[in-house]
Ligand binder design. Sequence first.
Ligand SMILES: Cc1ncc(COP(=O)(O)O)c(C=O)c1O
Length: 377
Amino acid sequence: MLDLKRQYEPLRQEILDALSRVIESRQFILGEEVAAFERAAAEQLGVGHALGCSSGTDALWLALAAVGVGPGMSVVTTPFSFFASVSAILRAGATPVLADIDPVTFNLSAQAVEKVLEGGRGAGVKAILPVHLYGQVSDWAVFAQIGRERGLALIEDAAQAWGAEWEGRKAGGLGDAAAFSFYPTKNLSAAGDAGMVTTNTGEIAERVQTLRQHGMRRRYFHDEIGWNARMDGFQGAVLKVKLKYVDAWTEARRTLAARYDALFRKAGLAERRPYPERGVVLPVEAKGARHVWHQYVIRATKRNELREFLALREIASEIFYPIPLHKQKALQSLGYKDGDFPEAERAAREVLALPIFPELREDEQETVVAAVAEFYS
Ligand SMILES: Cc1ncc(COP(=O)(O)O)c(C=O)c1O
């Protein structure tokens, strides 16, 4: 799915020099390398504040806690995401309320959110947490309007969406706060676990800064219960190096996605959205969105058989995500049942992510598409 060696080779010396600076400075936790990365990241995203932390999961929790989400409150989010989108809400002491997804973008459906807000579970909702799944923001204008009209906070799960845009504005600056992940497979990736919270609100930024180090404003004076959720110096140093290249990597991903589209169309494989009948349905860049193609995800008939067929030809593919969150064992206490979110359930049966990373070669893409064509022939 991803060959990080191809990314590392040309950057090897720059990254080793950066790591070496951390060792020389002995600032292993936060420190100048992290601060420099935070400044550069805020500038690149066009946001007021960027705070480095220990993971995307912690970034979600920090963002929720910093906007004031806590016990007795609910947060609306999607059942079709990585587990952390929901577990972070529980970790903040609040209750996740789920709404179904849009079948074309796979993102939380604004219409479904409105319906949920009108229903029984809508009482006590404090925030909405849309996930920019696979690297794409969608429906943001509607979410912003819902937030404004109902006085709800908007928190972006931008873990997969570094550089993604909505109507010319970057993810990370759209909501009250946003969470990024720099997990090694992400578009902008660390050499370990790391994450970031971004916000345009000074008070939220200050709270994140405090919460990420045990609620401490003054050393050993704890004003509230926070957590140890700091970014380490090595991660800041590596991320600062990679930040210079990520725009070019995004462009490469966009070219690759367009090429996959063209290859599938040429092979006569692309069917009408949203659901496939005999073959595959291609992903789409929604109107108003700039997709960064963290993943290129098709819908496929006989998805599991296709995946096995590709594996036999040594072609990697992945299912993000095979089990919707309301069907996860750990989340049974939320009280949802099979059939509650038909779009998320159908997506979980049909989606298949194909290899995409900036250094993927044209001939490799041709091999992938040829194998898919062979399967359906
Ligand atoms: C949508 C989404 N949210 C949250 C996370 C959590 O990030 P991390 O793995 O850095 O904790 C991830 C990444 O794995 C993710 O894809």
